[in-house]
Design a protein around this ligand. Structure first.
Ligand code: S3P
Length: 166
């Protein structure tokens, strides 16, 4: 099976869906942020604070290169990773990329009490989330398939992904 990549905004449910998808399809799963945290021995927030966003963006590329396999793997990206052209080139036309599309309202409901997203620290607003979606959506839309996640549970999202790729 061609590797499946999950992309989309923070709070779209990429990690949860990716884990369940891997269990159902009996393949391996990697969450890019978790792999970066393991490599760097720091949380994503600590990396942003101490080394800066551009350092983190480079970690996304370098770590993805390490973990990428063209087959039988599910990889959840962080919400900003697919902005990177080098990452797009690594994945486009070689993997099934799924954009988990989520409205700003659903995103804020899901992550409003979560302090682990440095880009929304002190600015957890619908306006900020909408602004990021507006900037990013042209890249997210390069995905092979789009699955809307609003008002769906993980089981439903995973079933839709399976229908797309199988
Ligand atoms: C980011 C999303 C986060 C994490 C980092 C930056 C982004 O991942 O990579 O905080 O730029 O949207 P999740 O999408 O898993 O929250």
């Amino acid at each position: 099976m061609e590797t499946i990549i999950l992309t989309g905004m923070m709070g779209a449910g990429k990690t949860t869906a990716g884990r369940m998808l891997a269990q159902k399809l009996l393949c391996s799963f990697s969450d890019l942020d978790e792999c970066i945290e393991k490599n760097e021995q720091k949380s994503v927030s600590e990396i942003f604070e101490t080394l800066g966003e551009s350092y983190f963006r480079n970690c996304e590329y370098e770590t993805l290169k390490q973990i990428f396999k063209p087959e039988n793997t599910i990889i959840s990206l962080g919400g900003g990773a697919f902005e990177n052209k080098k990452i797009q080139n690594m994945l486009l036309n070689k993997t099934n990329i799924i954009y988990l599309q989520t409205s700003p309202q659903s995103i804020i409901e899901r992550i409003k009490n979560d302090q682990t997203r440095p880009l929304l620290k002190n600015n957890m607003t619908i306006e900020k989330i909408s602004e990021l979606i507006n900037i990013r959506e042209k890249n997210y839309k390069l995905a092979t398939y789009t699955v809307i996640t609003d008002n769906k549970n993980t089981d439903e999202i995973v079933s839709e992904i399976i229908k797309c790729v199988c």
